[in-house]
Design a protein around this ligand. Structure first.
Ligand code: DGL
Length: 273
């Protein structure tokens, strides 16, 4: 048995969305130390230019590597679309796990031949998305919606109020009219509103959350070692610690140490305190 301290992995997102991935990683490997970075000073990423999202992603990766992370999970479809390629080229010795909309399993299992994808504008604009649709969804109809404002609602912890419902109905009702039977969560914030999505779509629509596949891939890259036991969760936010805490609790994520990060000259740094 190896008693040497286990070095952490880093997981990041524009905000609390990546917590939908973190909770599955933590459930599967509770003894694996994880540093989670929520870039709430810049959320949302979705409407921003690709170049800017790439700079944020690189800054956060440098920050996490500076804390000895040995693997980085880009728990954000938008950052993956804008920066995964660049990150892998820039930090060639570091293993990365990135997100891509789960169009493949949707296309494989749809019976109606109509699938819906909910993701941010930047994700839909990226080459990664075009390539998964091109490779896996030639024979199905893919409907898309950017759910404007939904990321902000979830950042506020509003998972079921009237505005959140309105945004989701606007996205889903037209899809249902066109016969959609599978809906892909193409943004890591959205799994937090799956109960509301299922209320709107009814039980016959399958909702795909890619988090379990991402956790499996993470375990594979770590060598499938057992990470039983317990490690305290550490969170960083570039927004307010108080707000992060409120939302974390509302989303039902485990408590932990919450630390401040600040941005200076394009670099993510430790904050005061
Ligand atoms: N959670 C993110 C994603 O998976 C980004 C949302 C945003 O900041 O716009 O795409």
């Amino acid at each position: 048995m190896n008693d040497s301290p286990v070095s952490p992995i880093g997981v990041f997102d524009s905000g609390v969305g990546g917590l939908s991935v973190l909770r599955v990683i933590r459930a599967q490997m509770p003894g694996l130390p994880v540093l989670y970075y929520a870039d709430q000073g810049h959320v949302p990423y979705g409407p921003r230019p690709m170049e800017e999202i790439q700079q944020f992603s690189e800054g956060i990766t440098r920050f996490l590597l500076g804390k000895d992370c040995r693997l980085i999970v880009v728990a954000c479809n938008t950052a993956s679309a804008a920066a995964l390629h660049h990150l892998r080229a820039t930090f060639s010795e570091v293993p990365f796990v990135g997100m891509e909309p789960a169009v493949k399993p949707a296309a494989e299992t749809t019976r109606s031949g109509v699938v819906g994808v909910l993701a941010t504008p930047a994700t839909f604009q990226g080459r990664l998305y075009a390539s998964v649709v091109e490779r896996f969804a030639r024979d199905v109809t893919v409907l898309q919606d950017t759910c404007p404002g939904l990321v902000q609602q979830i950042e506020r912890g509003d998972l079921s109020g009237p505005e959140t419902r309105r945004i989701l109905e606007n996205a889903l009702l037209p899809m249902l009219e066109k016969g959609v039977d599978t809906v892909v969560m193409g943004c890591t914030h959205y799994p937090f509103v799956i109960p509301l999505i299922e209320e709107i779509t009814g039980p016959d629509v399958r909702v795909i959350d890619p988090a379990p596949a991402i956790a499996r891939q993470t375990a594979r890259l770590l060598g499938d070692r057992s990470f039983d036991g317990n490690s305290q969760q550490v969170y960083y936010t570039s927004g307010g610690i108080g707000e992060f805490e409120r939302v974390r609790e509302r989303l039902g994520l485990e408590s932990g140490q919450v630390k401040q990060s600040i941005w200076r000259a394009g670099m993510a740094l430790d904050g005061p305190g």
